[in-house]
Design a protein. Structure first.
Length: 240
């Protein structure tokens, strides 16, 4: 079973604190595998492989807009998070029984591919066809003719003692102009996009954060072969 907790909009610092609390409980086997879904105010994060030069906006510009910067231990480069973006933090023990596991634990690369698969399926619920791009982690709209693929979801994870943290960011209704503050993931030759921009107008379900969260949770359960059970608050996580 995967326990699902939807936190709403929380600061990045509070999100990290909650994530750390859940990670420690998972490592101690006090709780089961847990998926946190949430939204952050504007923030720029720098992963282990980040280059400060990929932040284009000045410190003064970002400070005037209340945009925080955080250096974190996930993989990847520079990423922006903000309103209208669905953030997912799966806290999973990769040593559990997972589809496709070939050894004592699910490999990190296989885990990332499964995250991509769940997001690709979720995007398809809104009529948005997406795919993987070789050598570029994340989820991309499908290229066609002279139209290049665009990044719709970023992925950056960390694994410690077999337990995952950090995760994915799916652009749902995000203001894409805010991505101009950075060079997303250090990639200069591709643009970012969102479900709202790519989905056909008037299509149901509408590409809202709530609908996207339902779709992502449902497909995470299918891809990872687990039932997803929502809990109403952090205090209601059994064993926390």
């Amino acid at each position: 079973m995967i326990q699902l907790l939807q936190l709403g909009r929380v600061s990045y610092a509070d999100g990290l604190a909650i994530q750390q609390q859940v990670i420690e409980a998972r490592k101690q086997q006090r709780i089961g595998d847990t998926l946190l879904l949430l939204e952050h105010p504007p923030v720029i994060t720098l992963g282990r492989n980040a280059h400060r030069s990929n932040i284009v906006a000045s410190d003064e510009f970002l400070a005037a807009r209340g945009v925080e910067l955080h250096e974190i231990n996930r993989g990847g480069d520079v990423t922006y998070h903000g309103p209208g973006q669905l953030i997912g933090y799966p806290i999973f023990d990769l040593r559990g029984e997972w589809p496709g596991k070939k050894g004592p634990h699910l490999g990190a690369v296989d885990y990332v591919r499964m995250l991509e698969a769940a997001l690709i399926r979720a995007c398809s619920d809104f009529g948005v066809l997406t795919e993987r791009v070789c050598g570029r982690t994340g989820v991309w709209t499908q290229a066609g003719g002279s139209i290049a693929e665009k990044k719709i979801a970023a992925i950056g994870v960390h694994v410690s003692q077999g337990v995952t943290s950090h995760g994915f960011a799916l652009n749902v209704t995000a203001d894409l102009r805010e991505f101009d503050w950075i060079i997303p993931c250090g990639i200069t030759d591709r643009q970012v996009t969102s479900l709202e921009l790519e989905a056909d107008a008037g299509r149901e379900p509408a590409p809202t954060l709530e609908n996207a969260a339902h779709a992502v949770a449902r497909h995470m359960g299918r891809v990872f072969g687990r039932q997803v059970l929502q809990v109403e608050s952090l205090e209601q996580l059994p064993g926390l």
